[in-house]
Design a protein around this ligand. Sequence first.
Ligand code: HEC
Length: 228
Amino acid sequence: MAKGFLHLHMTVVILFMLFFGYKLILLLANKKASLATFRQKTKVVDMILGSLILLTGGYLLYASHSIEPYLVGKIILTLVAIPLGIISMKKENKLFGLLTMAIFVYNFGVAETHSLTFKREKIVIQPEAVDTTAASSKTPANAILNQNEEVALKNGKAIFTQVCSACHGQDGKLGQGGAKDLSKSTLKHIEVVQIITKGKGLMQPYDGVLSEQEIEAVASYAEGLRAN
Ligand code: HEC
């Protein structure tokens, strides 16, 4: 459901930008008669698209678990850009028109990177204390291997709790905002790593936020939540 809304929201925004872009070109080229005709013809479409942006955006906001700063920034900018865009066309103000377009393009970057500065902040993971005596009864080589695995799994769990559980729940089943039930996932390890790295739908990419090892660790932990 939320995924469908995200696609609809993006489609509507792109359509709105295309229409606005065309009008802006006419305005900048001083083709006032063509602009007036085009505006007249697309008046209703424009109104529908504008309302759909706010409606789908509103729903996505409602469906998202935590309201992050980038979202607040995006909402404020959108609420500024829409009236600014309308005024720019009504008053044939080129500067306002360019400003509106700039806000739309900037917002696109914000939506893509989930950051107001286009830079994602690194997440600092607090690893849980690792019990180094656990593998003591095994042969030394095995002990080190087991210990490494254990450390990775504990890190994975710490990351999952801190980063993923808001949407997926500690058991992977929460399904907040359309998050997939991880206990029922059938994806291969490489696909899980890919989704965490690149993101999917409403799930943000963790590329640059978590290190490769951290992504590996949390992927393995998430796979461990599956009902066998
Ligand atoms: C903002 C909420 C959110 C957070 C935080 C989040 N996810 Fe997701 N996750 C989703 C959504 C939504 C989907 C479904 C994506 C789709 O298919 O469109 C998803 C899908 C997945 C899938 C794919 C499951 C499948 O079988 O298709 C995996 C694996 C996954 N998430 C793991 C993680 C891990 C690991 C973390 C933490 C690093 C995490 N997620 C953080 C929302 C979130």
